[in-house]
Design a protein around this ligand. Structure first.
Ligand code: GDP
Length: 297
């Protein structure tokens, strides 16, 4: 995977040095941790997250008295693996399902993050699970957003509800929800508008849609390539809208990994999905333990 390549290489280097040693002194552990710290900072992981992470790994390494182990390098890798997994949320967090269908999912995020594309991908994923999702086009501002959603819907054979770009997004959302109820759709995905930056007008509109459709899931779509910015965006959205999860997109690019490794720790929101390409089937449920193993190689 292109993402995390540099972080991955650096961590593997640190650990191969440790693995080569029959005995590991406390100084060796400290040296290794200094290198891990630098590697994480260079991968654009939040400063405080890195500090806490290193402290936890050191504490566990000392607790296990790795210097007495026959395979000290392996023990440390195992500790780092477990802590990386914890950092990204520990275990997979699944989509919430409404007690009474339809399950309402609101997709939010900045323009260009991949909201519309991800809405289509999520619909496809739900179809694979034998569900009948309805896509609702609430982004009336970005030229071609409605058309883009319709094309995606056509491609996967999912219905798309639109009232064009002259009706208010709140009214579209209300009508869309009713449409899903009338037509037996068990999931409704609202593709909302984004801006280049967070502004009050955008947040107000999202809050109004939220009020009217009371979503089971508010998923923030963030571009993993933007590193710490993605984490800051997540924090701002979370303060205003109470997110239920994050979708990281563009993990197929050469992101350094900072967003994936910091967003859960900083915001408390679980990463629920990862998008790894422009193709419609490139959305996967996010598995922290698999991601940690991929990073450590
Ligand atoms: P929106 O403004 O948030 O709705 O963003 P779009 O869904 O229009 O996506 C913006 C661009 O990012 C499009 O060119 C998408 O094809 C692209 N994109 C979205 N997700 C991914 C991804 O996971 N990987 C890559 N490489 N491109 C993506």
């Amino acid at each position: 995977m292109a993402a995390f390549e540099s972080l991955s290489n650096r961590l593997q280097n640190v650990f191969s040095k440790l693995k080569g040693k029959g005995k590991v002194s406390e100084a060796d552990v400290n040296d290794a941790m200094r290198e891990v710290r630098l590697a994480l900072l260079e991968a654009d992981v939040n400063f405080k997250v890195v500090k806490d992470f290193i402290a936890k790994v050191k504490e566990k390494a000392i607790g296990l008295d790795v210097s007495k182990s026959f395979t000290p390098g392996m023990v440390i890798i195992d500790i780092v693996n477990k802590e990386l997994t914890e950092l990204m949320g520990g275990t997979q967090v699944k989509l919430v399902k409404a007690n009474k269908p339809p399950t309402v999912i609101m997709m939010v995020g900045l323009q260009g993050a991949g909201k519309t594309t991800t809405s289509g991908k999520l619909a496809k994923l739900l179809q694979k699970g034998n569900h009948k999702p309805l896509l609702v086009a609430c982004d009336i501002y970005r030229p071609a957003a409605i058309k883009q959603l319709q094309v995606l819907g056509e491609q996967i054979g999912a219905p798309v509800f639109s009232l064009g770009d002259k009706t208010s997004p709140v009214d579209i959302a209300k009508a869309g929800l009713q449409h899903a109820k009338d037509n037996g759709n068990d999931y409704v995905i609202f593709d909302t508008a984004g801006r280049l930056h967070i502004d009050e007008e955008l947040m107000d509109e999202l809050k109004r849609i939220h009020e009217h459709v009371t979503p089971d899931e508010v998923l923030l779509v963030v571009d993993a390539m933007t590193g710490q910015d993605a984490v800051n965006v997540a924090q701002s959205f979370h303060e205003q809208l109470e997110l239920s999860g994050v979708v990281l997109t563009k993990l197929d690019g050469d992101t350094r990994g900072g967003a994936a490794l910091s967003v859960k720790a900083v915001t408390g929101c679980p990463i629920k999905f990862a998008a790894m390409g422009e193709k419609i089937d490139s959305l996967e449920p996010f598995h922290p333990e698999r991601m940690a193993s991929r990073i450590l190689g």
